[in-house]
Design a protein around this ligand. Structure first.
Ligand code: MG
Ligand code: MG
Length: 247
């Protein structure tokens, strides 16, 4: 779907709130902090900006952020009993709604000093996101995003998750079409200015296989190795991709 300039203005505002949550949660992340505290920090930003949460109560999800440490890929539930430790990595995924329009973005960061492999995994995953974003040009095909993400991740010796993908976004967080982080086997739709997507590579240090934990939410790597997740909400414009979820 193509959004008009008024809609894009609202999505820009929603994206900015998400970026503010990223800034505030980054500042809160340190050894000894619970993931529930990260959720509280995010709620404060949403409240201050008069924004709604598209995560809270989504299919019953109980928080405004997903907090996914180490081998957890996505959808971790914030908890008072999950305490960040020196050397962990933690993925934070969150969203915001302003005037009915949605933003959605994620990042992974280290808690204190992390291993060289963890650092490289995070760097490569973020680089793969921007390689995907670069493909969001009018006239290009959507599958070029996944091809670019996959190329960056796999050439670094990592793998991309298949079961969870990016998506169009607008008046709902998850709209069609989906945006795989790999070559999907068939060409995607042609991109036009005004289309908005959440591009979100999930990159694993080991194999791509995933496992759902008994809580029905938390998705972890099947091999127990680290995973990183970076996401932005981006509009296709005639001047190139415009990332909404930045300050
Ligand atoms: Mg997200
Ligand atoms: Mg998303």
């Amino acid at each position: 779907m193509r959004r008009n300039s008024g809609e894009l203005a609202k999505m820009r505002k929603a994206g900015r709130v998400v970026a503010e949550i990223h800034e505030a949660t980054r500042a809160a992340i340190r050894p000894g902090v619970s993931t529930a505290e990260i959720d509280r920090v995010a709620r404060e930003v949403l409240d201050r900006r008069g924004a709604g949460s598209n995560f809270l109560n989504y299919h019953g999800f109980p928080a405004v952020v997903c907090t996914s440490p180490n081998s957890m890929i996505v959808h971790g539930i914030p908890s008072e009993t999950v305490i960040l430790e020196e050397g962990d990595i933690i993925s934070i995924d969150c969203g915001a709604i302003i005037e009915g329009y949605h933003g959605d973005a994620a990042y992974t960061t280290g808690v204190g000093t992390v291993s060289p492999e963890a650092t490289r995994l995070m760097e490569v995953t973020e680089r793969s996101l921007y390689a995907g974003i670069d493909q969001l040009q009018p006239g290009n095909r959507l599958h070029e995003v996944g091809r670019a993400v996959q190329q960056v991740a796999e050439s670094a010796g990592f793998s991309v998750v298949r079961e969870y993908v990016g998506h169009a976004i607008g008046t709902a967080m998850h709209e069609e079409p989906q945006v795989p982080n790999y070559w999907p086997g068939t060409p995607g739709p042609t991109l036009r200015s005004g289309m908005v997507f959440a591009i979100e590579p999930m990159v694993n240090a080991g194999g791509p296989a995933t496992r759902l934990l008994d809580d029905g939410w938390s998705v972890v790597t099947a091999d127990g190795r680290l995973s990183a997740h970076f996401e932005h909400t981006i509009a296709v414009t005639d001047e190139g991709p415009e990332v909404f979820t930045v300050l």
